[in-house]
Design a protein around this ligand. Structure first.
Ligand code: NI
Length: 365
């Protein structure tokens, strides 16, 4: 295969992307940049074009499977604080999750494969997806549109601070968490703080809910499995002497399999409904419907990924991951019926750990 200047190209592209980040669903210039590069390779067709996403299709020399590779292209609403010489030119927007790297690497792959088209059986799709950082995300809409029907397998990578450059992590099976965000509304009855007998105090009721939700992980989840329930906000009242009418709580749940996900959500619902009932208050718990489910890495595709990593970069490059990551990724949307595999790309250099993802100091040179 011809790899002339590919590394230089990828680094150059990545730095341009890093300097010019765009927020979720507003990736206009990024999309133009990707389209221009894909078309410059000469034999990649752009399918289902949109202003803020691109899918490139490369037809091989004979019939075969459809293999897709996916990169996410959006940045985060953060002010970059790194000192790097290609830091963000767009105030308040930053590539702090490595999507600049994902995009540049996928462009590099597209270039290599387009130059070796005659060796490809089947079709290759290069999915440059918008809005990964903002649920419902850019993957679900692509899946729904039908443009990916017939895709047999899909690969992706995500940069991973905490792992050395040159090492690639593979986690078989569940690789990320299910995420479920929730709102809890408590409708009590406010009044004078000196006359508690006349009120239905939403702060007391909300506090009971916060405390009792922690019993779900402690008493309903198998100790060899795991889950996290975090209440992240509790808003109610403003005055020293007034018991308010309502409270609003929000938070997020992380689980790693479908059964635990359902158990946890059902228990949470029961606890909230029954505490409200016990205090004769109104209200409800609502789960956001478009949160991301866990990424499930297919065994067979993990075999392929592991073999390629060892063959190309040596045994030491492969990191067999024992634990899934606790964050979520909408790559999970592409999986089923297609098989999927997402790997973790180490980005720590010179013995220094990179700041974590979504951090204004995150940057890998
Ligand atoms: Ni990301």
């Amino acid at each position: 295969m011809n790899f002339d200047n590919i590394e230089e190209d990828i680094i150059k592209w990545r730095r341009i992307l890093h300097e010019n980040p765009e927020p979720s669903f507003k990736e206009y210039k990024t999309t133009e940049f990707i389209k221009e590069k894909l078309l410059s390779f000469g034999n990649i067709e752009i399918i289902q074009p949109a202003e803020t996403r691109v899918i490139g299709k490369l037809k091989g020399s004979s019939q075969g499977k459809t293999v897709a590779f996916r990169a996410d292209i959006d940045a985060l609403p953060l002010d970059e604080k790194t000192e790097c010489d290609f830091r963000s030119k767009n105030n308040g927007i930053m590539h702090a999750c490595g999507h600049d790297m994902h995009t540049a690497i996928l462009l590099g792959l597209a270039r290599i494969l387009s130059e070796n088209k005659q060796r490809i059986k089947g079709e290759v799709l290069f999915i440059f997806q918008r809005g990964e950082e903002m649920a419902p995300g850019g993957a679900a809409e692509l899946k729904k549109s039908g443009v990916l029907d017939g895709m047999d397998m899909v690969f992706s990578l995500h940069v991973m601070p905490g792992e050395k450059t040159g090492r690639i992590g593979v986690k078989r099976g569940t690789a990320t968490a299910n995420k479920d965000t929730f709102d809890i509304y408590v409708k009590g009855k406010g009044g004078h703080s000196s006359m508690p007998q006349q009120v239905k105090d939403p702060i007391l009721i909300g506090s009971e809910i916060v405390t009792n939700l922690q019993s779900v992980v402690a008493r309903n989840v198998d100790p060899f499995n795991t889950a996290v329930i975090s209440t992240a906000s509790f808003k109610s009242g403003e005055e020293y002497g007034v018991i308010p009418d309502t409270a609003h709580l929000t938070g997020a749940v992380r689980t790693f399999d479908g059964k635990t996900r359902e158990t946890v959500k059902n228990r949470m619902k029961l606890i909230v409904e029954n505490i409200l009932k016990a205090y004769e208050a109104g209200g409800e718990i609502k789960f956001f419907e478009n949160d991301y489910k866990a990424v499930y890495n297919d065994e067979e595709l993990c075999d392929i990924a592991e073999k390629v990593i060892m063959k190309k970069f040596g045994k030491d490059a492969l990191v067999i991951k024992e634990r899934p990551e606790s964050f979520s990724e909408d790559f999970s949307e592409y999986i089923n019926p297609a098989k999927g595999c997402m790997v973790w790309l180490g980005v720590d250099k010179n013995g220094k750990e990179n700041p974590k993802l979504h951090n204004p100091y995150f940057c890998s040179k």
